[in-house]
Design a protein around this ligand. Structure first.
Ligand SMILES: O=C(O)CCC(=O)C(=O)O
Ligand SMILES: [Fe+2]
Length: 342
């Protein structure tokens, strides 16, 4: 069974909506979904990019807000787009977003990484004590925050540039701060990582999310960072959703009991979803397939439904994401998600 054909608005004069139907754009013309997200992300927060049909040359770009789709329409429709190799895009507003997740669909939220059955995903509870948590928060609150549109960030080691979703490797900011030393040491001696030879880390991004603010679905750029990504959650909880996009190919409904709950429905048949609850003081590790092939996403919720419980986000969640900047191209086993291999 193929994807239902997307019916673009008749006559191209549909009212504006947050969703754009973009022709002459997609993996079949050499533009990966990550690349499309990064270009359209310049005009506002992209919630997802989905195949509009099986052609690989037409996509739906879903923004959170109409103002962003309007800005992208104005800037990109019918003009050569320098960020996409000079390609002319043909854009119309779309009445629906094929891949849009129905947030009310029951999605089980697991508390243990093993239950998600995603290779390379680990969650270590109570990785730091409550006292260490307070010390880490005090340390970053003592330093300068950079204000983004909806959250605040700090970068150490190398600056991460959100416009290009990459780091400037020529601009070294110095060693990771001393308040991270106990955490780095704990990672090095962590039993979960006994099989990993190289766990050097040189980049830290601190994110502070107010309640209701999350992060759009993304895969951390392969060419920017190596294979291990650690994220320590402090101050407040959130849920993190993982999505495996199937780039327009119908996925048989998985048969294992874990996967049954991912609810591939008619509405969102082009990716599978799994979710995990990240409590404060837990350390998440993305490696292998979890790091290279699954998008991660923090829904923009003030209250998360964790199965039978409603859990209110705290006044803030602060995450410490530790990564290793990559020197050359990525040679991972997931070329369809890899910006170095296309
Ligand atoms: O806040 C988090 O735990 C994740 C942050 C993240 O995914 C990123 O900075 O790329
Ligand atoms: Fe990320």
């Amino acid at each position: 069974m193929g994807l239902p054909r997307f019916s673009c608005p008749k006559g191209g004069d549909a009212e504006s909506s947050p969703h754009l139907y973009v022709a002459n754009c997609g993996p079949a013309v050499g533009l990966s979904y990550d690349k499309i997200v990064s270009v359209f992300g310049t005009y506002g927060e992209v919630e997802g990019v989905y195949p509009a049909d099986e052609s690989g040359t037409r996509v739906i770009v879903s923004y959170r807000d109409k103002s962003s789709s309007q800005a992208a329409m104005k800037a990109l429709n019918g003009h050569p787009c320098s960020g996409l190799g000079g390609r002319f895009l043909h854009i119309q507003y779309s009445v629906q977003s094929l891949g849009k997740v129905n947030d009310t669909a029951p999605l089980p939220v697991w508390t243990s990484a093993a239950d998600l059955d995603i290779p390379g995903l680990y969650l270590m509870h109570d990785f730091v004590t409550a006292e260490e948590e307070q010390e880490l928060l005090a340390a970053v609150d003592d330093r300068l925050w950079k204000h983004l549109a909806k959250r605040r960030v700090q970068h150490y080691g190398y600056e991460f540039r959100y416009d290009i979703r990459n780091v400037n490797t020529n601009h070294y900011l110095g060693e990771l701060p001393s308040f991270m030393l106990p955490i780095l040491e704990r990672i090095r001696t962590c039993q979960t990582l006994d099989h990993v030879a190289d766990i050097s880390l040189d980049q830290l991004t601190v994110n502070e999310y107010p309640p209701g603010v999350g992060l759009s679905p993304h895969i951390d750029t392969h060419s920017a960072f190596k294979g291990l990504i650690f994220s320590l959650s402090l101050a407040g909880p959130c849920i993190m959703e993982f999505r495996k996009y199937t780039t327009g190919v119908w996925q048989e409904k998985p048969t294992s009991s874990y996967d049954m709950e991912t609810q591939i429905s008619e509405k969102n048949l082009n990716f599978i979803r799994k979710a995990i609850y990240l409590p404060p003081r837990s350390m998440l590790l993305l490696s292998g397939e979890a790091r290279y092939a699954w998008h991660h996403y923090i829904p923009h919720h003030k209250v998360d439904r964790v199965n039978d419980n409603l859990i209110r986000r705290s006044s803030r969640r602060v995450s410490f994401t530790l990564r290793k900047v990559r020197g050359g191209p990525c040679h991972c086993e997931f070329p369809q998600y890899c910006d170095s291999q296309r």
